[in-house]
Design a protein around this ligand. Structure first.
Ligand code: XBP
Ligand code: MG
Length: 256
């Protein structure tokens, strides 16, 4: 059996609850700036999350929810421009400290670093967004803690395709059985499971009812010593908050 060598984290929904009060708000600010009357409500945004990637999500919205909109001739540039504005608004929101890390995330990352465990990121979001979130939560130095930050358009096929996990593992020269993935959504678990990774899921408001088949365990959060997680499916092996011992035990059970 392979020993656990690395933790690979998804970002949105896993490290921080960024979708409703971060990405969604930034999209709406970009729409307003472009004089578009589009309004992505929290409910509508939950449906738009079916598609990963901001540019892809804008296209999906126009194809499915706003078919009356007359697309400009230079449609690709139009989408790219809107999305660039959205990224700028999003990173400003992060700089204002709009979104904290989820419970247990900072503790687990620190524990992993202290133990010499390798850490990396596999996300569909734009690289600048990852840098901004890390900088304004863990500090600018934290960007270098992650050996690989696989993000955005670095792979053409975003989650649920497994490509971003393949990219990260290839960069780290690791096999799936040496890694543990952390995800929060249906598209996320599809991606990590297809890459044959043992995956710990923490759900959030948008993903609580998702299908997490293939996950080693599904929790409501990582939890803290004084604020235990709730198990949604799987076996917590006697643990009440996620720490490195629990991750090693889950990894061992899944890869036995
Ligand atoms: C979440 C996503 C992203 C963000 C928006 O990815 O699907 O598209 O919602 O970011 P993950 P961009 O959970 O894998 O981190 O607008 O930069 O694409
Ligand atoms: Mg996610």
């Amino acid at each position: 059996m392979s020993e656990l060598a690395a933790l690979i984290f998804d970002v949105d929904g896993t490290l921080a609850d960024t979708e409703r009060d971060g990405h969604r708000v930034a999209f709406n600010l970009a729409f307003r700036e472009a004089k578009l009357d589009w309004d992505w409500t929290p409910e509508l945004y939950g449906e738009l999350l079916a598609v990963t990637g901001g540019k892809e999500r804008i296209r999906f919205y126009l194809e499915k929810y706003n078919t009356e909109f007359k697309k400009p001739g230079n449609f690709d540039d139009f989408v790219a421009g809107l999305h660039a504005a959205k990224t700028s608004f999003y990173t400003k929101l992060m700089a204002e400290g709009a979104i904290p890390l989820r419970p247990g995330v900072e503790r687990l990352i620190n524990e992993a670093r202290d133990a010499g465990m390798r850490i990396a990121i596999a996300t569909t979001t734009t690289p600048e967004n990852v840098t901004a979130l890390l900088t304004y939560t863990l500090g600018a130095d934290s960007i270098d803690w992650f050996e690989v930050i696989g993000a955005g358009d670095i792979v053409p096929a975003k989650k649920p395709a497994p490509d971003i996990y393949h990219y990260v593992m290839e960069e780290m020269n690791l096999a799936p059985e040496q890694c543990m993935a952390f995800e929060d959504s249906y598209n996320g678990i599809r991606s990590s499971a297809q890459a044959r990774l043992t995956t710990l899921v923490t759900t959030n408001g948008y993903t609580a009812d998702d299908d997490f088949s293939g996950a080693a365990i599904v929790l409501d959060q990582m939890g803290e010593p004084d604020a235990p997680f709730i198990v949604q499916s799987g076996e917590a092996l006697g643990y009440s908050y996620v720490n490195l011992d629990m991750i090693r035990a889950l990894h061992k059970a899944a890869n036995a």
